[in-house]
Design a binder for this molecule. Structure first.
Ligand SMILES: *[C@@H]1O[C@H](CO)[C@@H](O)[C@H](O)[C@H]1NC(C)=O
Ligand SMILES: *[C@@H]1O[C@H](CO)[C@@H](O)[C@H](O)[C@H]1NC(C)=O
Ligand SMILES: *[C@@H]1O[C@H](CO)[C@@H](O)[C@H](O)[C@H]1NC(C)=O
Ligand SMILES: *[C@@H]1O[C@H](CO)[C@@H](O)[C@H](O)[C@H]1NC(C)=O
Ligand SMILES: *[C@@H]1O[C@H](CO)[C@@H](O)[C@H](O)[C@H]1NC(C)=O
Ligand SMILES: *[C@@H]1O[C@H](CO)[C@@H](O)[C@H](O)[C@H]1NC(C)=O
Ligand SMILES: *[C@@H]1O[C@H](CO)[C@@H](O)[C@H](O)[C@H]1NC(C)=O
Length: 901
């Protein structure tokens, strides 16, 4: 499936490339795990791997104090979290998704969370959402989710940079999976999390069932007529069943239709229940063996509980494929190590006896269908299993009991179907570029209603099953029956979540009884957005009156069209919304939290680089130490080099151990450089053992040196000769070649190395003196190390000089190229002047004869072609630098002199 999709993507790649340098990230944000894919012009659907090369990441992070006086913290992601959660349960903030959009009054969710994550300190914040207390700071749950997302986005950006180091692609759009049952607060919390990422990403929420369905449809592809499927998704903390119809219209050119038509869920049933079930089994076995320990005592110890839960999590996975799991928990309580076994039979018996309604969500999806059809279980072609916990064998038996065994489709890649589908849906919604067209219909699973001024019955604006996104305008009431300021309460699924206060004062004068004899009414426009947010978009007061167009000067055009007989005028009213429990995150809070995350990201990155530098130094040191232990090195290395390197190795090793805690990265790098240089020198010395290092060899070196010096002279002479060859041409045009030459400004990358020209030449000349000395009889008295030093000094000085000569050549080419373009330009200008003069004369002549004139455009064109021709013939073609130096077009060169010429 991946391949076919990639093809679709590639076929439109080039179109997209021209429009944007951006990328869409699709994130399957689960309670337990987070998975992501990124799509950019250069990265078609890349899964984002964790630094440990895993396909999914643990959902959450740990926040650890660095123990310094400034209260700095460090954040930890990934597999290191496992050991953090048992050692520092208070700092390890995992699986926070069920607490998004919840308040301190949602005791069920909080209790469940704390049961699995003992020791965590959860408090309400000023907005009434939940914050986690770590150290002396409170982290709103939206911020924690944003940090988890940000970590994944950073990895995606790193991947994009690897794909194309020169490209500027960065993730700027986020498609985030959302459980269909998430309410307004939970959805807003997810969207707020997206907007807290450093780049304040545009975010679309994609229902998780739909994501899996899209993935399934694109993979299966051959659909005929209409069929029905259920996506059964059992995750860590919830179980959902989504009913869809798939229809290939008779007209084959129309896109495949995917329509959502039923939903059932249990937000309290999932893998966590199974984990706790295993944990209970372990706990019971432990307590029955250690009769002196009470359950209360065990539960009072968060570390012990965390250890049991962690062992249970592992055992549960083992029991999915094996008939028994052994469990070992070290120092569960007061140095008691505990070992036991759980069999699959014990596990399944406990589930069978428990209140687990595994099939209930599918039944609910079929019983409360959102469309007009009524589908029975027999008409369902397949149940697509997804979510990690759908692998638990008892889940599959139970479903097979209800549906046909062969309708249970396990082939979907349970781990990646959702992220894959969400990414594709995101591409479509952002219109980032084209994919295979799919006609997707989403329907709301809840009623959306309003209550006016808390006195009337609820009015359903969008009934359950409404296809969205959509908008609707309703006449909500009559001014006679409503006070000046009234409230509209917005309800979702029967529960109020926002009160919009409406002010009508101010309309009195304009809509007086004389002006509106038929009264005033209020119309309100509501919408359900793509993210299924229910909002009141605007409310207007409308004056109803018998036709008389005298007062309605301002808007005569539009009103006449819509009103026959009576005419009206409308005024938009001011409103202010207030959420019932969780308040909207203010822009100010958003900015502050985003900045906080950005700074932490920077600090984490700096710490990471420092750690890397330390690791590199450590590796260098260990490597050098083993090198010094080689027999050949111990035997042949001269004491000075050997001593220096081994001294440095032990000095830096003990520094790393005892003092490196507060080191800067620069300090670490300098130490690495020192060790590397000492090691290089020793290696070079040992290599030179095969050389005689006698006066004959030094004579050879001296000859090389002289050649290099000669080359410098030649380089300088050549340059002068070339300048000379252009002297006459410049003179012809009235310019001085030396002057122009001196004015040329070299680009930075050439000019900078050349600053060292004089120094390098004189350093080289100094070294050559030493070489000369070594060719004489004095060399016989020098020891080998001294001679080696001279030779290495020469090697270093000559390498340096050669590279500078290279830059010197580049500089010369650059300047000559400039001179040629100046010349060209000057000639062109001169030619044009001449032509213009000629034309002027001719025109004057013609004007006196006839009225036809040559357009000035063609004059320029003509003069340009002829100038270009002149240049090719005048340049010494074989040596023209402008020809040898590709990639430097004359249009890129602008120097002030051009204007003068
Ligand atoms: C499953 O676990 C959740 C949260 O831990 C709990 O609220 C719920 O009651 C459990 N369900 C059953 C059937 O035990
Ligand atoms: C929680 O419930 C209490 C008591 O009913 C109420 O006073 C308080 O406002 C509620 N808090 C939130 C955030 O809903
Ligand atoms: C099929 O659909 C396409 C595009 O929607 C339309 O142009 C075409 O006329 C349709 N063909 C038939 C036979 O209806
Ligand atoms: C999408 O499907 C609906 C019916 O589900 C149909 O009315 C509509 O025309 C389709 N749209 C396109 C673009 O094919
Ligand atoms: C006001 O609402 C009614 C009922 O929905 C509608 O018919 C009418 O066109 C609306 N008027 C305006 C000006 O939108
Ligand atoms: C009102 O209508 C008249 C006649 O149709 C037209 O000339 C005039 O420009 C209109 N005024 C406005 C403000 O649209
Ligand atoms: C190098 O020395 C020469 C003469 O001593 C001087 O003219 C030139 O500016 C120096 N170049 C640099 C880059 O210092």
């Amino acid at each position: 499936m991946k391949n076919s999709l990639v093809l679709i993507l590639l076929s439109v790649w080039s179109i997209w490339c021209h429009f944007t340098l951006a990328a869409v990230i699709g994130v399957d944000y689960g309670q337990q795990f987070i998975k992501a894919m990124v799509v950019s012009p250069r990265a078609p659907m890349e899964l984002i791997f964790t630094p440990e090369a895993k396909r999914k990441e643990i959902s959450g992070l740990a926040i650890k104090s660095l123990g310094d006086s400034k209260g700095e913290i460090e954040r930890i992601y990934g597999s290191a979290l496992g050991s953090m959660s048992t050692r520092f349960p208070k700092n390890t903030l995992l699986h926070v998704k069920p607490l998004l959009g919840k308040t301190i009054n949602d005791t069920e969710e909080i209790t469940a969370y704390l049961q699995e994550h003992p020791g965590i300190d959860i408090v309400p914040n000023r907005r009434n959402s939940l914050s986690f207390v770590v150290g002396d700071r409170q982290y709103p749950v939206e911020e924690l989710t944003a940090m988890t997302l940000q970590e994944i986005i950073n990895r995606a950006n790193l991947l994009l940079r690897e794909k194309d180091p020169s490209g500027g692609d960065l993730v700027d759009k986020l498609a985030l999976t959302v459980p269909e049952y998430f309410d307004q607060y939970q959805r807003r919390a997810l969207l707020d999390s997206g907007s807290l990422t450093t780049d304040a990403l545009d975010t679309y929420l994609v229902p998780d069932g739909l994501s899996v369905m899209i993935n399934f449809v694109l993979k299966k592809r051959d659909f005929q007529g209409k069929s029905y499927y259920v996506v059964y998704d059992m995750g860590g903390g919830s179980t959902k069943a989504s009913l869809f119809s798939i229809e290939q219209p008779d007209n084959e050119t129309e896109p495949l239709r995917i329509e959502f038509g039923g939903y059932g869920y249990d937000s309290q049933l999932g893998g966590s229940n199974f984990t706790l079930q295993v944990a209970n089994l372990i706990e019971n076995k432990f307590l029955s063996k250690h009769k002196d320990i009470t359950a209360e005592k065990l539960h009072r110890n968060p570390k012990a509980v965390a250890k049991v839960v962690q062992a249970a999590e592992k055992a549960k996975l083992v029991l999915s494929v094996n008939s028994e799991a052994s469990i070992t928990i070290e120092s569960i309580l007061e140095d008691i190590d505990y070992k036991t076994k759980i069999t699959k039979q014990e596990f399944e018996d406990s589930l069978n006896n428990g209140p687990f309604e595994i099939v209930e969500p599918i039944k609910a999806a079929l019983n409360g269908q959102l469309w007009d059809e009524k589908i029975g279980p027999k008409q369902v072609s397949g149940v697509i299993l997804t979510g990690g916990s759908s692998r638990v064998p008892i889940v599959q038996y139970k479903l097979a009991e209800y549906m046909d065994e062969n309708k249970i489709l396990k082939s979907v890649n349970a781990d990646e179907a959702s992220v894959d589908g969400a990414t594709i849906r995101g591409i479509k919604l952002f219109e980032a570029f084209r994919t295979k067209p799919l006609n997707v219909t989403e329907r709301s699973i809840f009623d959306y209603a309003i209550n006016l001024n808390q006195q009337n019955d609820d009015v359903v604006v969008f009934p359950k099953g409404t296809v969205f996104p959509t908008k609707k305008t309703l006449e909500i009431g009559d001014a006679k029956n409503l006070p000046h300021d009234f409230d509209i309460e917005l309800h979702e699924n029967g529960l109020p979540f926002q009160t919009v206060n409406t002010k009508t004062s101010g309309t009195d004068d304009i809509f007086s009884p004389e002006k509106c004899p038929n009264g005033v009414t209020y119309n309100a426009t509501f919408s359900i957005s793509q993210n299924r947010l229910f909002t009141l978009d605007k409310i207007e007061a409308i004056c109803l009156k018998v036709g008389s167009s005298s007062i309605e000067k301002p808007q005569n055009g539009t009103d006449k069209k819509t009103n026959l007989g009576s005419s009206k005028r409308s005024i938009r009213l001011t409103t202010s919304g207030k959420n019932s429990n969780i308040k909207t995150m203010s822009l100010d809070e958003q900015l502050k939290l985003r900045e906080h995350i950005r700074i932490l990201d920077q600090k984490d990155a700096a710490r990471f680089q420092l750690e890397e530098a330390k690791n590199l130094l450590e590796a260098l040191l260990y490597d050098a130490r083993s090198y010094l232990e080689l027999e050949e090195v111990m035997e042949k290395a001269p004491q000075t080099y050997f001593g220096k390197l081994s001294e440095a190795v032990s000095k830096h090793l003990s520094w790393l151990e005892d003092e490196a805690e507060k080191a800067t990265r620069w300090d670490v790098i300098q130490r690495s450089t020192e060790v590397q240089q000492l090691r290089d020198k020793l290696e070079a010395y040992l290599q030179s053992l095969s050389e005689p290092l006698d006066s004959k060899q030094f004579q050879g070196i001296l000859n090389n040196a002289n050649e290099l010096l000669a080359q410098i002279d030649l380089t300088e002479t050549n340059q002068q000769a070339q300048i000379d060859s252009l002297r006459d041409k410049f003179k012809e045009l009235g310019h001085n070649v030396e002057e122009q030459y001196a004015k040329i400004k070299l680009p930075h990358h050439i000019a900078t190395p050349l600053d060292n020209w004089n120094e390098s030449v004189s350093a080289f000349k100094e070294v050559v003196k030493l070489v000369e000395y070594a060719t004489g009889s004095a060399s016989k008295k020098m020891d080998r190390e001294k001679l080696f030093e001279i030779k290495s000094a020469f090697d270093i000085a000559s390498t340096e000089l050669e590279s500078i000569i290279d830059y010197f050549d580049k500089a010369r080419d650059y300047r000559l190229h400039e001179l040629y373009s100046l010349l060209q330009k000057a000639e062109k200008t001169k030619k044009r002047k001449e032509e213009r003069l000629k034309k002027k004369m001719e025109n004057k002549e013609k004007e006196s004869k006839s009225s036809s004139a040559i357009s000035s455009d063609s004059t320029v064109a003509e003069s340009e072609t002829s100038t270009a021709h002149t240049i090719t013939t005048t340049s010494p073609s074989a040596t023209t630098p402008s020809q040898s130096r590709q990639g430097m077009s004359s249009s890129t060169i602008t120097t002030p002199i051009h204007d003068e010429l």
